[in-house]
Design a protein around this ligand. Structure first.
Ligand code: A2P
Length: 336
């Protein structure tokens, strides 16, 4: 049965990818309702070759909606997701508003699609850096439990929205032209620079919010509250794909050959691990790709007990990190 689908934040960086994923994956859409702020009313966006007009998000936007995909920030989700649910819609929420709510499934379909069935109207899409770092590791965790993980991220502008992507391009152009540039979206100069993730630091732990999300959400998605994690999240001048260096320690000894076989068969993952030609996952190659690229697979020589492996991943932040994962969740809702 074709569905009525609403996109909240349709004009945003993730919103536009929702449109593309729904069309490309032939999601059975009867009516698509594009919602954004009053600023965007009347703007036309193309869906599957047809022009659709953006409407203002209001409390009445969800009448008759079967599935609502939200990506307009946590504040909008907190206010409007319950309204959408009351109107009978199932919400797939890309914000962090409900992720740690015990009533709300937090889902990467390759890992815990089974959790979707327990939803009470809202399913949460995880943090983008968490999705890209931990999706490839799940088959390893199942084979030989990972008890500890250290993640260092290299995060793209897209995670901070379309305006941050524009700021990266504009500030780079200004830098090359020798013009001064005043950052508007991000707190630091972005061209030819990188900086610690622009979320607040917890004064008790010293971790920023992004790092805390990666650590907490991984435990919830893996269903393993005892998993020990440490993350360092950094914003790098890349447009739309996150990368991460990951080192993990398993309960039993593990060797890199075994890890390579597990990753070669992992869903949603592509091995890029060419030592001879020095070709490994790059954000440029991961951009616009559904698969997460994984390589640099090697024994962690810092752990002589042979329990630890280091590797490097890159994945499209707007696709598997956001829109694609949400549409995959919607496909599971459809099949239920
Ligand atoms: P708009 O384009 O009208 O501002 P991004 O993540 O790329 O920054 O995109 C954010 C998305 O959230 C945009 O589609 C934006 O719409 C939407 N949005 C932001 N604030 C509101 C609001 N108050 N009501 C509805 N949509 C909003």
């Amino acid at each position: 049965r074709p569905l009525t689908v609403a996109i909240v934040g349709a004009t945003g960086a993730v919103g536009m990818e929702f449109l593309r994923c729904l069309a490309e994956r032939r999601f059975p859409v009867k009516e698509l309702r594009l919602l954004a702020s009053a600023r965007s009313v009347g703007r036309e966006l193309s869906f599957d070759g047809k022009a659709l007009v953006v409407q203002e998000l209001t409390e009445k936007s969800f009448e008759g909606v079967d599935i609502a995909l939200f990506s307009a920030g946590g504040g909008i989700s907190k206010r409007y997701a319950p309204i959408a649910v009351a109107a009978g819609a199932i919400v797939v929420d890309n914000s962090s508003a409900f992720r740690m709510d015990p009533e709300v499934p937090l889902v990467i379909p390759e890992i815990n699609a089974g959790a979707i069935a327990g939803h009470k109207g809202i399913v949460a899409n995880p943090n983008c850096a968490a999705i890209i770092a931990i999706t490839p590791l799940w088959p390893i965790h199942q084979h030989n439990r990972i008890r500890r993980m250290t993640i260092a991220t290299y995060q793209a502008a897209s995670g901070a929205g379309a305006a941050a992507m524009d700021e990266l391009a504009d500030s780079t152009r200004a830098y090359l032209d020798g013009r001064a540039f005043q950052p508007r979206v991000l707190p630091h100069p972005y061209a030819f620079n990188l900086f610690s993730h622009n979320t607040a630091i917890d004064p008790e732990t010293g971790y920023n919010d992004e790092e805390t999300k990666v650590m907490r959400e991984t435990r919830k998605i893996y269903g393993d509250p005892d998993l020990r994690l440490s993350a360092t999240c950094v914003r790098v001048p890349v447009l739309r794909a996150h990368a991460a260096a990951v080192t993990f320690e398993c309960e039993r000894p593990i060797d890199e050959a075994r890890v390579r076989v597990l990753l070669a068969n992992a869903p949603g993952v592509r091995l890029v691990d060419d030592r001879e030609r020095n070709i490994f996952p790059m954000p440029r190659d991961a951009s616009q790709q559904d698969d997460i690229l994984v390589g640099r697979i090697r024994q962690d020589l810092g752990d002589p007990s042979g329990h630890s492996i280091s590797l490097f991943v890159a994945g499209d932040q707007l696709l598997k990190g956001a829109a694609l994962n949400a549409v995959q969740i919607a496909e599971h809702l459809l099949a239920a």
